[in-house]
Design a protein around this ligand. Structure first.
Ligand code: ADP
Length: 178
């Protein structure tokens, strides 16, 4: 584990983060949705959607596959770029953990290619996609700690409420003790 990587946990709104990259919990259409996705497009303005449409018209004609990540402008957001990634929908019958890990790995990979020093993640898949918070927190935090991301100095998890913040804090504390 890269325990030296600085991990920050905050309660807040992903659209207000001044990190170089904010990660969007997008859906595969890339054309907007609810939750984080809706908030990013609402506050970021039409430039983000325009770039998403261009991506649909070129590289991602069938949409962005689950677990992959792609960057656009951040429009009017304080961040420099939005990295869109599609989390897996929670399933009781199938283990999709690797896809959720891929979201974090691939988003960090895109951040590295952009030269980003700071990256903010929401709790991907834990909203409309129904992933249980504790499990999502374990996957998100272990993957970020395990992924080599040269140049990325800080990764911030932006949790929307105190419950999510407490779960992420507990999981992070336990990981540091292991
Ligand atoms: P998914 O479809 O991947 O489940 P959602 O956007 O529905 O994504 O939710 C992901 C998580 O982000 C949920 O825990 C939700 O409470 C939280 N969330 C929703 N809006 C925001 C926001 N503006 N900033 C940060 N987190 C948010």
């Amino acid at each position: 584990m890269v325990l030296s990587r600085h991990i920050q946990l905050v309660i807040g709104d992903i659209t207000e983060q001044d990190t170089d990259v904010v990660v969007n919990a997008a859906n595969s259409s890339l054309l907007g949705g609810g939750g984080v996705d809706g908030a990013i497009h609402r506050k970021g303005g039409p430039e983000i959607l325009a770039e998403c449409r261009a991506l649909r018209a070129s590289k991602y004609g069938r949409g962005l596959p689950t677990g992959q990540a792609v960057a656009t402008t951040a429009g009017r957001l304080p961040a420099k770029w939005v990295v869109h990634t599609v989390g897996p929908v929670w399933s009781e019958h199938e283990d999709r953990s690797e896809l959720l890990a891929n979201c974090h790995r691939n988003s960090l990979g895109v951040a590295v290619s952009l030269g980003a020093k700071t990256v903010a993640f929401p709790a991907i898949s834990t909203g409309i996609f129904g992933w249980p918070l504790k499990s999502a927190a374990k996957i998100a935090l272990t993957t970020v700690l395990d992924t080599d991301a040269p140049g990325v100095e800080a990764v911030r998890f932006v949790l929307f409420d105190e419950t999510a913040f407490d779960v992420f804090s507990d999981v992070l504390t336990k990981l540091h003790r292991e």
